[in-house]
Design a protein around this ligand. Sequence first.
Ligand code: AMP
Length: 672
Amino acid sequence: MLYCELAETYQKLEATTLKLRKASILAEFLQKTPLEELDKVCYLALGRVFPGWSEMELGIASLLMVKTLSKTYGVNTRKVEEEWKKTGDLGDVAEKLTKSKNQSLLFKKHLSLAKVFDNLQKLPTLEGSGSQEKKMMLISELLSQASPLEAKYICRTVTGNLRIGVAEGILRDAIVEAFFVAVFSKAELLQKADGKKTYEVLFESEGKRFVIEESAAKFFEEIKDTDAKNLFSKFIEKNKVRAVSKKDAEAIAKKEYFWKKHTDLDADYLVFEETELVNQIREKIVSRVDEALEVSNDFGLVAKKASEEGEKGLSSINLEVGHPIKVMLAQKSTGIDDAFETVGTPCAVEYKYDGFRMQIHKKGEEVLIFTRRLENVTRQFPEIAEAVKKGIKADSCIIEGEAVGYDFKAKKYLAFQQISRRIKRKYDIQETAKEIPIVLNLFDVIYLNGINIIKTAFMDRWKALESILKEIPGRMVLAKQLLTASKEAVERFYKESLEAGNEGIMFKNISAPYKPGSRVGYMLKLKPTMESLDLTIVGGEWGEGKRAAWISSFILACMDRDTGEYKEIGRIGTGIKEKAEEGVSFGELTEILKKHIIKEEGRSITVEPTIVVEIAYEEIQKSPTYSSGYALRFPRLLQLRTDRSVEDIDDIARVEDLYKKQRMRSDIKANA
Ligand code: AMP
């Protein structure tokens, strides 16, 4: 497959903001991708060249890219930087420079997708002296053979800024659409969400196989929009349509297989009268794909299996020791009653330790430790690896816990900032380990002796954990837990946890499965502070007067989970200190952000989103000023979350949710 085919698809994806349309464009491309390249296309669609479980990241610094462009096209770096400042996108610069290159040198050879992929995959593996030059050569080799459009997307991929508005949700939908039947209810088809366009999006190509319930077979006659009606009736005529009875429709909904290539079903589209049946089928397909993604953390593998064997292939995908999966996330609760209601009672209540999460994989004598960002930190924590080898009685397992720094003399927990020093540490590991001792508080097991137990109820997983753990006091212990339905008991436990120096408590639904990567309400946290938001910084302004050397105000953004785009939600200058000893300072933020400036206009700057900040505020308001549609009133910075990655920040859905809750609270107050 040629890389230009992917580049053209990127261009189509970039040209539309409709999520449904994006999924369809991508689905069509996945369908025509040869099986052996399907995984590569999936990674590249997300702007990556490795599966999700891999800690390898492209992330070539923009400045190195500037140098590479300068070398490849023979223009000086100042010129590249000037061009870059104009649009803030190095991809545009690469495109422009390729266009102006001597035409005779162009397109001697077409770039294959595999060549681009291979060169990009080599980049993060290069380390040490001379590695910068080697990286530049690998990128340059691609750029010198690339068309302007290809150069643009190669450059964007390399710098980790693809900007096609495709995140995991859309790729998931594209996989579903590409390899499984599409199901619709009659009502949905008649609803014509956005008129004729919907039909064009949904039913573009010919040669499709329809299975339609008899009573819905002539639904297009009821479409009010004449254009859409004509379009659709013609479309139906040209395709193979099989009408089935209500009974047959029900039997189909109960089936196990909805793979397009499954000959028993013989359908690309199913149209049924009843929404219930349609929902049943959709849920079945989506949850199969989701489950396979959750346990593998690998879109490439899932797409390959879905294409090759459908549901059967997906069911064969399992957890693998050494491939970290996304951790289950906690929702915030507003109080004990609220938490009881969500997780049900009796529930497990645990100390909420203020450290960082470890997902630990063990196979025989081999132990691997991952952070919640899936970075491998085994080398940095040799004493934990040792403790797991000694204290966990299982041939293979994946367990989770919170690692906290503990000062044994003062009998006090250490601040998170202290242990984050250990994560970053590359040398003198043994000494730092002595200086900053760590206690691991275990709270879950999701894989045990070759068996995936994520679907097992939490309490049974906890019991399994208890049974394999031989505690090593002061090093590796079970998290402190209380099984209760009593509010008073929880109040006492909460107080005790805070007095011991913890952040708060966690509530856990005892019969719930483990849901990787989701905030599904199986695990809730309660902390004394108000609900803060984790956001990123996308821009700001240089200060004036005595603050002229600093960036002094910062533009905050949350995420649109579907498209992966960052949406602005406010500006902040409060909570940031002038002196470094007092906390997060203007100087520190300026130092970090300076390297990621992509555009400057007067005092205003645009930066690549790279850091996560925890923000407190008084209120969320609707606002046309910011692209999220919301603004924060009196935002202030609480802390820099170096343990979080930008993909983890809060999304618009959560902002909307908090906004609604806040409205509800003020309504209650007003009516009281
Ligand atoms: P938050 O980081 O505020 O979203 O809270 C969730 C985090 O609390 C988890 O990701 C863990 O790192 C941490 N944590 C601390 N103690 C526990 C516990 N007993 N059970 C689960 N998570 C815990």
